[in-house]
Design a protein around this ligand. Structure first.
Ligand code: DSN
Length: 423
């Protein structure tokens, strides 16, 4: 049952209420290993569903285009102050609708159309908005890319420097969506200084780890930081742009009126709630537990013969190349989903297969850590993954039901924030 329950929705629109409850049940009984997902706290969930969704607030606190901001202004100020305090930054904008708009705001603040942008290529772990060809950022700007090294699976910093010196990008991105290792912010900063580029860190995946001290912070090394708020940070679906004070006006103008209209005040408030949660002492232990779970799972998968990009992980994320297992990423991910293990197929570096049918799987441990699972349980998780992948490679599906049942049984003992099955 949702807490509070969906009484009105059930009366008014039972079909839709049924789908929402079915999704809650699904999230309760699945081992959720999608690296960009998590479970928000009941307080974040409540705030997201609050009457703040009724309000329009174009502008910034104290400088709005609509009246009636007596409560929204202090809410947004709280979110901004909490972001500044948690990450130790001079300026924070909490209005971007999500990660891609936050990244677009960086382009709008620092670049003109046609300027050169450099980012980690998408199949190597970058993000669409770091200048990939199908994104507006690849079409409206001039993208150049860097890669990971074939031998280490880690970002090739020699290549970053070489390409930056040759192409003189106006903007360099570090960070991405499938990077299992620590980002070397000081090394990127040195290259950006040498080449005169603006350096942006996209910490969407690792924001909660940075906040909890389980990953080095980019603060003091980069000009601007973007992040979503819903991954390891455990907030609502939203985003932030953070920067030094000198860039505050450019960033704010880029977000509004440059790219967006009214901010989503219910999300702003829920971000404020999540930032307060992330500032508590136990969040640091949580962030370190996410990494400990990922390391334990990586070790157990390696023991079972899985080929991990970069040989392991330093954060919440594991990238598996399934080539040696005789099954591509997509059918493996589908089989695992049927077996109660939810993750996504993913390209691996130098993948000979197409992005929609790639060789790899991406795993993240934030959501299962929120549920309360610990490193000692990761050997069992690796065993389940291995059993299903091996059976799929043999063309069998008989393992799936057994594994799904065992997972349901395990997770029944681990509460899900904001929801519980009917007694
Ligand atoms: N889609 C997000 C992820 O899964 O990493 C990034 O945009």
């Amino acid at each position: 049952m949702h807490q509070p329950s969906l009484t009105h929705l059930r009366d008014q629109d039972p079909g839709l209420a049924g789908l929402v409850e079915a999704e809650a049940q699904r999230q309760f009984e699945k081992l959720r290993l999608i690296a960009s997902e998590n479970y928000v706290s009941p307080a974040v969930l409540e705030t997201t569903g609050s009457v703040l969704t009724n309000k329009y607030s174009e502008g910034y606190a104290g400088r709005r285009y609509y009246e009636g901001q007596q409560n929204v202004d202090p809410i947004e100020r709280l979110a901004v102050e909490r972001a500044k305090e948690l990450f130790g930054v001079e300026h924070a904008n909490v209005q971007p609708y999500s990660g891609s708009p936050a990244n677009l705001a960086v382009y709008m603040a620092f670049l003109n159309p046609g300027d050169t942008v450099m980012g980690l290529s998408l199949p190597m772990g970058g993000h669409l908005t770091h200048g990939w060809s199908v994104s507006a950022t690849g079409k409206w700007f001039t993208p150049v890319r860097y890669d990971v090294r074939a031998d280490t699976g880690q970002v090739d910093m020699d290549q970053v420097r070489e390409v930056a010196l040759r192409e003189r990008p106006k903007l360099i991105w570090c960070g991405g969506t499938a990077i299992p290792r620590t980002i070397d912010f000081p090394a990127f900063a040195e290259i950006a200084r040498e080449t005169g580029a603006v350096l942006a860190a996209d910490i969407a995946h690792i924001a909660g780890l940075v906040a909890g001290g389980a990953h080095p912070s980019p603060v003091g090394h980069v000009d601007v930081i973007t992040t979503t708020t819903h991954k390891t940070l455990r907030g609502p679906r939203g985003a932030m742009v953070m920067a030094t004070a000198e860039h505050a006006t450019a960033i704010d103008k880029a977000v509004f009126p440059g790219l967006q209209g009214g901010p989503h005040d219910h999300t702003t408030a829920a971000i404020a709630v999540a930032l307060r949660e992330a500032a508590q002492r136990d969040f640091s232990a949580y962030a370190h537990r996410i990494v400990a779970n990922a390391k334990a799972l990586a070790a157990a998968l390696t023991e079972r013969g899985f080929d991990l990009i970069s040989g392991g992980t330093d954060n919440h994320l594991i990238l598996i190349d399934l080539t040696g297992k005789g099954v591509p990423g997509k059918p493996a991910a589908k089989a695992l989903d049927e077996a109660g293990i939810e993750l996504n197929h993913n390209a691996v570096p130098f993948d000979p297969r197409k992005p929609f049918d790639p060789s790899g799987l991406r795993i993240g441990t934030a959501a299962i850590t929120t549920r309360g699972l610990v490193p000692a349980q990761m050997a069992k998780v690796a065993e389940w993954i291995d059993d299903v992948v091996q059976a799929t490679a043999r063309g069998e599906d008989k393992e799936r039901e057994r594994v799904a049942g065992e997972i349901r049984e395990l997770l029944a003992g681990y509460p899900m924030p904001g929801w519980a099955p009917a007694p």
